[in-house]
Design a protein around this ligand. Structure first.
Ligand SMILES: C[S@@+](CC[C@H](N)C(=O)[O-])C[C@H]1O[C@@H](n2cnc3c(N)ncnc32)[C@H](O)[C@@H]1O
Length: 316
């Protein structure tokens, strides 16, 4: 009943691709979620929620079209602490999962490599659609991998769950028809192993981020016979970074005023017409994908202000 209610909500936004309806109905989301989670409140602040303490609210919450947060700060911030800095694992928002799966364009018999197992829910949907033997999923956090493996097995969907760094892929079972990452790679660091391990004509769907502006693009690539992946942005989303590709925080306070930092190569000459696009996801963000923007003086008028671009990866 809860799945049907969620499907009705998603249907009203036309968010359930026909080819995913049966798999979506076959996989109960609550089975994959831990008993203790956090959900964002209306102000976007994470609030703890426990199945033992309030089973009805927990169940209603996990069947909302919302992300369910299951880990902060790589597990160092423990439930129910709400002071975690970064959410490092979640069950993604159902409409986002479905849009990524639709972009993946799977067909019967396809093999899929997923990066970022998390709860195992996306892997379960893939297994319900294509069969568990056709799915391999990699999770960097061993605790999450163990728990997802157990849930998938208990659900009769014995997907291969590997613990490891997804950026390396899993060469021994390559080539895959499809690769999907549910953690965002930085624009300048898309792991080439994913391209090398996808068959010619195969598809890679991945969120890609720049630090500057914090924008994440969902990108769909097709791999050609020369080992080149080309594609387009198919959506704008919020997504956590691949572990191993997180950029450290860096602000003006890190700069020594007596020791001028090395300067970066000059920006591209044509920065585009729209300042908003230029700032967050335009050419400037792509030229300096690890840079963060810092403004250290209030605007003197409403037209101009000084923007510092700081690149923690090279100190410029
Ligand atoms: C948004 S969550 C995944 C959602 C998941 N597909 C689901 O259905 O629950 C992203 C996951 O990617 C994992 N991750 C981050 N960096 C990774 C890496 N380098 N290799 C493998 N997994 C990684 C995180 O630990 C986290 O569990």
């Amino acid at each position: 009943m809860m799945i049907e209610r969620l499907i009705a909500e998603l249907d009203s936004a036309d968010a359930v691709p026909a080819e995913w309806r049966n798999a979506f109905l076959a996989v109960p989301r609550h089975v994959f979620l831990p008993a203790r989670v956090w959900m964002d409140d209306e102000q976007g602040r994470p609030q703890p929620l426990s199945r033992e303490e309030d089973p009805e609210r927990w169940l209603r919450a996990v069947y909302r079209n919302a992300p369910v947060l299951i880990q902060f700060d790589d597990g160092t911030t423990r439930w129910p602490d709400t002071h975690g800095e970064v959410c490092t694992s979640s069950a993604s928002k159902p409409d986002l999962v479905l849009s990524m799966l639709a972009a993946l364009d799977v067909h019967d018999g396809h093999t899929v490599l997923e990066i970022g197992t998390g709860t195992g829910y996306t892997a379960a949907l893939l297994a319900a659609r294509l069969g568990a033997p056709n799915i391999i999923t990699i999770e960097i956090d061993s605790g999450l991998a163990t728990s997802a493996r157990a849930t998938l097995d208990a659900s009769g969907l014995p997907v291969t769950v590997l613990t490891g760094h997804g950026a390396q892929g899993h060469p021994s079972k390559a080539p895959y028809d499809r690769v999907i990452s549910t953690a965002a790679g930085r624009v300048d660091e898309l792991p080439y192993s994913w391209v090398a391990q996808t068959r010619v004509g195969g598809v890679i769907v991945t969120p890609m981020r720049t630090d500057f502006g914090g924008s994440v693009a969902l990108v769909r690539f097709t791999v050609d016979k020369d080992g080149l992946a080309t594609g387009r942005v198919v959506g704008r989303i919020g997504f956590m970074a691949l572990r191993g590709q997180r950029t450290p925080e860096w602000t003006l306070a890190h700069l020594d005023p007596d020791d001028p930092p090395p300067s970066a190569p000059p920006p591209p000459s044509n920065l585009g017409a729209s300042p908003k696009t230029t700032m967050s996801d335009g050419p400037l963000a792509h030229a300096y994908p690890a840079a963060s923007g810092n403004t250290n003086q209030p605007p003197t008028d409403r037209k101009h202000h000084l923007l510092w671009l700081l690149d923690p990866t090279n100190g410029s």
